[in-house]
Design a protein. Structure first.
Length: 329
């Protein structure tokens, strides 16, 4: 049997398969590349759109920031203008405050000076009233009260002028305290004591030892039950009516003496005391009690009726000197 040789592959089919495969591969590669390019382009397009959106957002943000910056700049300018206005107003308020403080200081100084002047005038009025009380009525108690009120007024004066015034017033008050009830009160008391002592004076002259020792004559013994003989050189022959009239006149003179004491009239007091002494020698006989009362009358003649001291009135004089000299208190 004859062996048939195996069939040989056809060379032509192999030849066109390889190119076909290559073509297919190229086509596939081209398709894949085109697809990849399309995807890349799509992604690029999307990325570009996204970038454009983000860029637009950034531009909008920048624009918004610029608007905010412009608004902030405007607000800052407004605030700066407001601050300038406020600063000017504060400066104006400061200047007005300084003017007000200066006016208040001037007003306070004027009020202080007016207050000092008022206290000085009140003290002068009180001291004038005290001097009138001392001179007119010898009212030491009222004068002491007025001096105390004047001392209260002088306490508010400045030390420059108030110290001397307070020291002078203190000296005057010490003089008043040492004067007691005053000379007129003492004179009134002495007159009252004298008037009471007059009621106790004996109406009969005391019998002297020589007259009682001698023997009485027969005619005096005989007339003794009917007639009482009194020497005319001792008391004088006074009837009851004359004695009553003399006692009334003596009371009138005592009243005049008291009135003279109240007025502080030393001349009238001496005249009244002289008349009283003359009336006493006619109403009462000579006796030790009468001589004591006459000595009291002589002492009353020289008694002062006004309080005399160099310190009195010195404070008032200083106040008037300050006022007339226009010295600020």
């Amino acid at each position: 049997m004859t062996e048939t040789p195996p069939p040989t592959p056809p060379q032509r089919s192999l030849r066109w398969i390889v190119p076909l495969v290559l073509v297919l591969l190229l086509v596939a590669a081209s398709g894949w590349g085109w697809h990849a390019v399309q995807q890349w382009q799509e992604r690029a397009r999307l990325q570009s759109q996204a970038d454009a959106v983000r860029l637009q957002g950034l531009l909008d943000s920048v624009e918004a920031l610029r608007r905010d910056q412009r608004a902030s700049s405007a607000r800052l300018q407004d605030a700066a203008s407001t601050n300038r206005v406020l600063r000017d107003e504060v400066l104006g308020l400061g200047q007005r405050s300084a003017l007000i403080e200066e006016n208040l200081a001037r007003l306070a100084e004027s009020a202080r000076q007016d207050s000092h002047a008022l206290h000085a005038d009140e003290a002068e009025l009180l001291l004038t009233q005290a001097a009138q009380r001392l001179d007119g009525a010898d009212d030491l108690a009222g004068a002491r009260r007025l001096y105390a009120l004047a001392a209260t007024q002088l306490e508010d004066l400045p030390a420059a002028s108030g110290l001397n015034l307070r020291q002078a017033l203190l000296q005057e008050r010490n003089v008043l305290d040492a004067a007691g009830n005053g000379p007129r009160a003492d004179a009134r008391l002495r007159l009252a004591t004298f008037a009471q002592a007059l009621q106790t004076l004996p109406l009969q002259a005391p019998a002297s030892p020589t007259s009682t020792a001698r023997e009485r004559p027969w005619w005096e013994v005989a007339l003794a039950p009917f007639v009482q003989i009194t020497p005319s050189r001792l008391s004088g022959p006074l009837t009851d009516a004359q004695r009553v009239a003399g006692a009334d006149a003596l009371q009138v003179e005592l009243t005049l003496a008291r009135a003279a004491v109240e007025r502080g009239d030393s001349t009238a007091l001496q005249q009244a005391l002289d008349r009283i002494e003359h009336g006493m020698t006619r109403l009462w006989p000579d006796s030790p009690d009468l001589r004591r009362q006459r000595a009291e009358l002589r002492a009353l003649r020289s008694a002062p009726l006004r309080l005399s001291a160099p310190e009195l009135g010195s404070t008032l004089q200083q106040l008037r000197t300050l006022r007339d000299g226009e010295t600020p208190l």
